[in-house]
Design a protein around this ligand. Structure first.
Ligand SMILES: Nc1nc2c([nH]c(=O)n2[C@H]2C[C@H](O)[C@@H](COP(=O)(O)OP(=O)(O)OP(=O)(O)O)O2)c(=O)[nH]1
Length: 369
């Protein structure tokens, strides 16, 4: 990471951050020498979904608290390099650099320092983790929490881990426009959900006109398991009445001054400023795209994976990739820093790996062909 200076707003005034390698100092109005620490932390996730937590040992900061394995970034290291080193030292496991997947970056002001935590997800490693510096290790499967307390900065991160990696966006209205009867369209949508669930937990975004949305929620809900989530792309009151979370289109996000009071709230974003808005409102996730060209947004330039990565990098909330994507793109999405993939038409197809550029966003006439 190169040296650079950043301007940032924080309670109490304008802060000028001079970031110099690993540990840095913040000069701010009213706080002349606040220590800044860059930390790399790992979400090591097993195939069964369980995540590794370590209990901080006696004689360290916050003894007895549980944390994600990791530690401070040393001068000259990138956060990813620091993590590979820390995991070898702390757990005696080896992780290849390409398996360190950027995820979210969180900041937290402790009394002793202002820490910036670079979280990475790791799903491949070699060796069996051993507690070299922790008092104990535990595999815990989100959203349940079987150990306590977590370090204060980690609460939102644990909540994010309950978000499935696959988001299924509904498309019943488009099927109806394409001439499909209602019963057939609902059935096809339900089939898509069943197939998606065969791959793992799913976040379902119901995006339909109000009356249809309600019918679809009722239809899909019995198919959902305890680890699946349902969000309504619609009004706050409707989401509350249906007992779903809420998904905001970018234009609604821009008009909000505070987060709607629902347990799960996310938003669609198409550019960095909108993502920053979603972060400022402390939403639970954002959906960024289009990654590939889609016919439904002919005027919108596709971001490509590089464009996606540039906008999503350093986000404080998980970011899904969307736009011509399907479940077969999950690996690429993770490497680009995405939490997961969101798709519409790729899920309807019998073939999972339908990730052609136009598999998402066909016009009704095109869908008929
Ligand atoms: N490793 C880790 N640190 C966390 C997490 N959450 C959180 O707030 N922190 C904070 C606690 C500390 O202020 C800082 C990590 O410092 P540390 O003392 O563990 O770093 P280290 O392993 O390099 O230890 P040392 O050099 O001080 O011996 O980040 C987390 O989930 N994992």
């Amino acid at each position: 990471m190169g040296d650079r200076a950043r301007l940032a707003f924080r309670p109490g005034g304008l802060a000028v951050r001079a970031r110099l390698g690993g540990a840095t100092w913040l000069a701010a109005q009213g706080a002349s020498r606040v220590k800044r620490v860059e930390v790399a932390a790992a979400v090591l996730r097993r195939d069964d979904g369980a995540v590794l937590l370590g209990q901080r040992a006696e004689g360290t900061f916050c003894p007895g608290y549980w944390e994600f394995p990791g530690g401070k970034v040393e001068p000259g290291e990138t956060p990813a390099q620091a993590l590979v080193r820390e995991l070898a030292e702390e757990l005696e496991i080896a992780v290849a650099p390409e398996d360190v997947l950027p995820w979210v970056v969180r900041e937290h002001a402790y009394a002793h320092a202002h820490v910036r935590l670079h979280f990475f997800r790791i799903v491949r490693w070699s060796g069996e983790p051993r507690a070299r510096i922790h008092a104990a290790l535990a595999w815990v499967r989100p959203p349940a929490m079987t150990v306590a307390p977590l370090l204060p900065a980690n609460g939102p991160v644990w909540k994010f881990l309950a978000l499935p990696e696959r988001m299924l966006v509904s498309g019943v209205a488009a099927m109806l426009e394409a001439g499909e009867p209602l019963a057939g369209a609902l059935e096809r949508q339900e089939d898509a959900l069943v197939r998606a669930r065969a791959l793992g937990s799913v976040l379902v975004q119901v995006r339909e006109p109000a009356a249809l949305a309600e019918a679809l929620v009722r239809r899909l809900r019995p198919q959902l398991g305890p680890e699946d989530l349902l969000v309504l792309n619609g009004e706050v009151d409707a989401a509350r009445a249906l007992g779903t979370g809420l998904h905001l289109p970018q234009r609604r996000l821009e008009s909000l001054s505070r987060r709607p009071d629902l347990p799960w709230v996310g938003a669609s974003v198409h550019e960095a400023s909108a993502l920053h808005r979603a972060e400022a409102l402390a939403l639970d996730y954002a959906v960024l795209g289009p990654v590939r060209p889609t016919r439904s947004h002919p005027g919108t330039a596709a971001l490509g994976w590089q464009g996606f990565e540039e906008i999503a990098r350093g986000a404080s909330i998980p970011v899904y990739a969307i736009g011509g994507l399907g479940p077969a793109d999950l690996e690429d999405a993770r490497r680009a820093g995405a939490h997961g993939v969101a798709g519409i038409r790729a899920w309807w197809s019998q073939v999972y790996c339908d990730s052609s550029p136009d598999s998402d966003g066909l016009s009704p006439a095109e869908a008929r062909r």
